[in-house]
Write a protein that binds this ligand. Sequence first.
Ligand SMILES: Nc1ncnc2c1ncn2[C@@H]1O[C@H](COP(=O)(O)OP(=O)(O)OP(=O)(O)O)[C@@H](O)[C@H]1O
Ligand SMILES: [Mg+2]
Length: 262
Amino acid sequence: MTALLSTSAVGKHYGSGAARMPIIDGLELSIAKGEFVSLVGPSGCGKTTLLMCLAGLLAPSEGQVRFNGQLVTAPPIGLSVVFQDYSRSLLPWKSNLDNVLFGMRRVQLSGPEKRARAVEILAAVGLSGFEAHYPWQVSGGMQQRVAIARGIAAQSQLLLLDEPLAAVDAQTRADMQDLLLDLAKRFNQTCVLVTHDVEEAVYMANRVLVLGPRPTKVVREVIVDLPMPRDQLATREDPAFLHARHEVMALIRGMRQGKALA
Ligand SMILES: Nc1ncnc2c1ncn2[C@@H]1O[C@H](COP(=O)(O)OP(=O)(O)OP(=O)(O)O)[C@@H](O)[C@H]1O
Ligand SMILES: [Mg+2]
């Protein structure tokens, strides 16, 4: 079976000469259709840079990215990104509803159908009644949910999410995790989630890829052998959850201590 998304020996550096800064080196990954894969790694290791390369928004310095077997040289149709910096990714001159509709510009539905779907997805992220508001008229957490709604509404085969829940409070965060899982299933979306939160990484995914320090690459794959749908209480108490969490956390802590000692 061909992977939906794959890389071969991807490398990326910024700058040149004395200012050359290697960010990614020899990174290999492969994501199959229908997967939910979490990416975790030390702060500043290059996660956002990697997502940009996967999305065709940045050209890798070495190696290749393939989406549906095609070499990625520009943002491919069928792939969307929810950016870490959501406040800058929403269009301030468009209402929340129009921001979501903008994400749907390639979706094959009639105007009224698109509108109905956009309203439905905004309701699913808890923003009923805020369709006509502009992003700058709602809170940071709400803006982040508009950005998530826009990413999901695009009905892409692959959704890349860069710390989408970072600005959301703990209770809403748990609800949003379940909502994202539910929507990914409903719209048949393969997802790659970057998160700092190891528990979230394990809770959401069927596989966690642990990235090493800069220049980064995948240093470990942790399979999360837990049934879907997930449950905020039962899943988090399952021995398989605790085992996967332990493995990922031990790796990340090891990297941090290694850095502190270096
Ligand atoms: N356009 C750029 N030009 C030069 N350096 C950059 C650029 N973008 C990022 N960097 C640097 O590359 C490194 C990796 O950044 P990146 O944002 O990819 O990491 P990250 O893992 O997403 O970080 P965080 O955990 O803070 O989200 C950082 O040291 C950053 O300062
Ligand atoms: Mg980042």
